[in-house]
Design a protein around this ligand. Structure first.
Ligand SMILES: Nc1ncnc2c1ncn2[C@@H]1O[C@H](COP(=O)(O)OP(=O)(O)OP(=O)(O)O)[C@@H](O)[C@H]1O
Length: 343
C-alpha cells in the first residue's frame, strides 16, 4: 500500500496479472517491468516493485484517444484509482507515439493539487511496449458530464472552476508545460469540490520559453485564433495564451450550457469552427450574466494573443474576487444535487 501511495519516487511497477477479474492490462498476460523504449526511457524510473494484480477492475470510465481508462480498486485497502492504459506501439504514426511518451513524461513530472495525480507508471512487456498509468480517481466525473447533469452552472460555481483551473495552469506554465486541450471533459472533479486538469495527450513541454507551437493538436473547437492563423493573431504562437483562450471558452460553455461559438445544432466541422473562431462575432452573454463574468470572458477571448490576460492577471480578476467567499461551497453543493435541479 505504501508503495502505491508514494507517487514521485516510485514511478514504475511490476505488473503481474491475476487470472480473472483483476486489471486486465494485457488480456491475462503476465507483465514484467522491462527497460522502456528509448523515447520513454526518461519517463519510467526503475524502482521497487508493486503487484498491480492487487487492483481489481470495477468499471470502464471511458475511452480516450490514447487508450481505455478503468476504475480499479485495491483489493486489500479498498482504495479506488483510475488506470489508464496506453498502447504507443499500436500506433502506426510516429508523432502519435511520441505524444503518448510525452503524456507519460508530463504526468511523471507534475505535482500539483490542481493536476490529476499519477501514482505510478507501469511498463508492460518489451514486446508490447504498453503502459498503464495509475491515477488518482476523481469520483465526480468531469465538467462535461456535470454540465450534462445540470444543463448550466451558476456563476459562483464557475468562479471556483476558473480559480482552480487557473491555479493548475499557473503551475503547468511555470513548469513550461502548455496543455493545449483545456475543455470541460478534460477537467476532472471530485466530491470534495476539487477540479483537476487531466489528459496531457496533446500537451507540449516548451524547451525554450518562446518555442513556437503552431500545430493543430488539441480539440479544434477550443483552439485559439493564433493556432489557425499565427501571423494575424499573435505572431509566433507560444501556447500559454492559447490555454487562456480555451479556459474562457470553457467557462462560457459551462455558463450557457452549450458550445458558444456555433449555433445549437450547427455541424462542428473544421471550416465552420475556424470561421467562428477567427472571424465570428464575439459570443454574447444573456442579461443575467454579471459584469464581472462578462469582463472575465472578454479578457480570455481576446482574438490577439498579446491582448489576452495572462493566467496570473486572471487569478486576481474581479470575477474571482466577487464570489471568493461562497464559490467553493456552491460548487460542492452542486456536486451533491440530483440531476438538472438547476434547470
Ligand atoms: N483520474 C480519473 N478519474 C476519473 N475518471 C477519469 C480519470 N482519468 C480519466 N477519466 C475519465 O476517463 C475518460 C477517458 O479519459 P482520457 O483522459 O483518456 O481521454 P478523453 O479526454 O476522454 O479523450 P481524448 O484522449 O480523446 O481527449 C474520460 O471520460 C475521463 O473523464
Amino acid at each position: 500500500m505504501a508503495v502505491i501511495r508514494d507517487r514521485r519516487p516510485q514511478l514504475s511497477l511490476t505488473l503481474e496479472l491475476p487470472p480473472k477479474d483483476s486489471v486486465a492490462a494485457a488480456g491475462g498476460r503476465r507483465i514484467q517491468l522491462v527497460p522502456p523504449p528509448a523515447a520513454a526511457a526518461a519517463a519510467v524510473a526503475s524502482c521497487s516493485e508493486h503487484r498491480l494484480a492487487d487492483l481489481e477492475r470495477v468499471q470502464v470510465l471511458g475511452h480516450g484517444n490514447g487508450g481505455i481508462v478503468y476504475k480499479v480498486r485495491h483489493v486489500r485497502t479498498g482504495e479506488l484509482y483510475a488506470l489508464k492504459l496506453l498502447h504507443p506501439h499500436h500506433q502506426s504514426d510516429a508523432a502519435v507515439r511520441r505524444q503518448i511518451y510525452r503524456e507519460i513524461e508530463i504526468l511523471r513530472r507534475t505535482d500539483s493539487p490542481f493536476v490529476v495525480r499519477c501514482h505510478s507508471i507501469v511498463q508492460s512487456g518489451a514486446a508490447s511496449g504498453d503502459f498503464a498509468l495509475l491515477l488518482e480517481y476523481m469520483d465526480a466525473g468531469n465538467l462535461d458530464s456535470l454540465l450534462r447533469r445540470h444543463r448550466r452552472l451558476p456563476e459562483a460555481a464557475l468562479a471556483e472552476v476558473a480559480r482552480q483551473v487557473l491555479q493548475g495552469l499557473s503551475y503547468l506554465h511555470s513548469q513550461k508545460i502548455v496543455h493545449r486541450d483545456i475543455k470541460p471533459s478534460n477537467l476532472l472533479v471530485n466530491r470534495d469540490g476539487e477540479i483537476k486538469i487531466s489528459d496531457f495527450g496533446v500537451s507540449k513541454m516548451m524547451v525554450r520559453s518562446l518555442a513556437p507551437c503552431n500545430s493543430y493538436v488539441g480539440t479544434c473547437a477550443y483552439m485559439s485564433p493564433e493556432r489557425f492563423d499565427p501571423d494575424t493573431y499573435g505572431g509566433s504562437y507560444d501556447g500559454y495564451a492559447g490555454d487562456v483562450w480555451s479556459l474562457g471558452l470553457t467557462v462560457l460553455e459551462l455558463y450557457l450550457g452549450h458550445f458558444p461559438l456555433l449555433q445549437e445544432g450547427q455541424r462542428p466541422d473544421w471550416a465552420a469552427l475556424m470561421c467562428a473562431i477567427c472571424f465570428g462575432e464575439p459570443p454574447s452573454l444573456p442579461d443575467s450574466a454579471s459584469d464581472e463574468l462578462r469582463a472575465f470572458v472578454a479578457s480570455c477571448l481576446q482574438r490577439e494573443a498579446d491582448r489576452r490576460w495572462t493566467v496570473e492577471q486572471l487569478l486576481a480578476h474581479p470575477f474571482l474576487t466577487r464570489y471568493q467567499s461562497e464559490s467553493s461551497l456552491v460548487l460542492k453543493k452542486l456536486l451533491l444535487l440530483p440531476e438538472q435541479c438547476l434547470a
